[in-house]
Design a protein around this ligand. Structure first.
Ligand code: FAD
Length: 273
């Protein structure tokens, strides 16, 4: 007998309401009292470009409570992954930080964002500059083989207050370097610089200062910032973004967007309320 027309086909994604997918939480990892990451199922029709974000959230009192989140998984992965802040009184993250395996995550079907390689003019080096959860979009970019096809050198930089907050970014880089396929591509190209601002660590200081005074490049044994060779993506706290924007403008870098590729692209990691 044929299924009734009202029965959804078994493989169609389940939808909470128009434009939202229901995904199942598969894994959760807490790094500190402020940061955690989690993996969910991925409806096969959900597609995005490395570096993009979408709206995700939970159903609260029968309504979706959603916030912007970057996908950190590779575009080809079977699962979705997110890297999240825990804001103690945050409407979403005060609840999201307590999710358990098997819970339902709402995922918006319209990924978007400016942090995509196509928004940059071709060049030899790519700098990915992040603070905190601003590293999230760069995780998917670092996990994309196209990144290593497009650039001779990729420099990933993560700045946090505490050393323990650097762990997620460090694990992403270790994972890329040891990946059976990506590892070979990234071996000689990927450089990683983690810096702490409030605790002793082998690299210390704010990213804009470390770029301005050339220490970051000297520590890595690389040439300093140069408009002729470099393109920059940045994502993080508003103070870092403002300082970097001013620094790049002084050096002649122009901002890119989906209409006009430029020398750098920028995304806020969160909105100040
Ligand atoms: C384009 C975009 C992409 C984003 N991607 C991510 C992501 O991948 N991971 C993520 O954790 N958040 C991300 N955010 C922030 C996210 O949308 C929420 O703000 C965050 O999850 C907190 O939600 P909330 O409802 O608990 O608190 P909100 O009311 O949204 O925020 C309360 C306050 O907490 C602070 N805050 C919010 N988010 C952060 C953060 N990530 N880091 C430091 N302080 C913060 C701000 O001061 C903010 O005013 C992104 C935001 C934007 C605009």
């Amino acid at each position: 007998m044929l299924d009734s027309p009202k029965t959804p086909p078994p493989e169609s994604p389940s939808r909470a309401s128009s434009g939202l997918l229901h995904e199942r939480v598969l894994e959760i990892h807490h790094y500190t009292d402020k940061l955690f990451s989690f993996k969910t199922t991925r409806t096969s029709s959900f597609r995005f470009q490395s570096g993009q974000f979408t709206m995700i959230g939970l159903e609260v009192n029968g309504r979706p409570l959603l916030r912007a989140y970057s996908m950190t998984n590779a575009v080809y992965d079977d699962n979705l992954e997110f890297f999240s802040i825990k804001v103690p009184d945050g409407p979403l993250t005060s609840k999201l930080q307590n999710i358990a395996v098997g819970d339902t995550l709402l995922v918006g079907t319209k990924p978007t964002g400016t942090l995509i390689i196509g928004n940059l003019k071709p060049a030899r080096r790519l700098l990915l500059l992040a603070t905190g959860t601003g590293f999230a979009p760069f995780a998917s970019i670092l996990r994309d083989p196209e990144t290593y096809d497009m650039f001779e050198t990729v420099i990933a930089v993560e700045g946090c207050r505490q050393v323990a907050e650097l762990e997620y970014a460090t694990q992403v880089v270790v994972g890329v370097r040891s990946h059976e396929y990506l590892g070979d591509m990234a071996k000689d190209k990927l450089h990683y610089y983690a810096t702490a601002t409030r605790e002793p660590y082998h690299h210390q200081g704010r990213i804009p200062d470390l770029i301005e005074n050339g220490k970051l490049f000297a520590d890595l044994g690389l040439a300093p910032l140069d408009l002729a060779t470099d393109r920059v993506m940045m994502c993080g706290n508003p103070q870092m973004l403002a300082s970097l924007k001013a620094l790049l403008a002084m050096r002649g870098f122009t901002e890119g967007n989906s209409g006009t590729p430029g020398d750098y692209v920028i995304e806020k990691a969160f909105v100040e309320r």
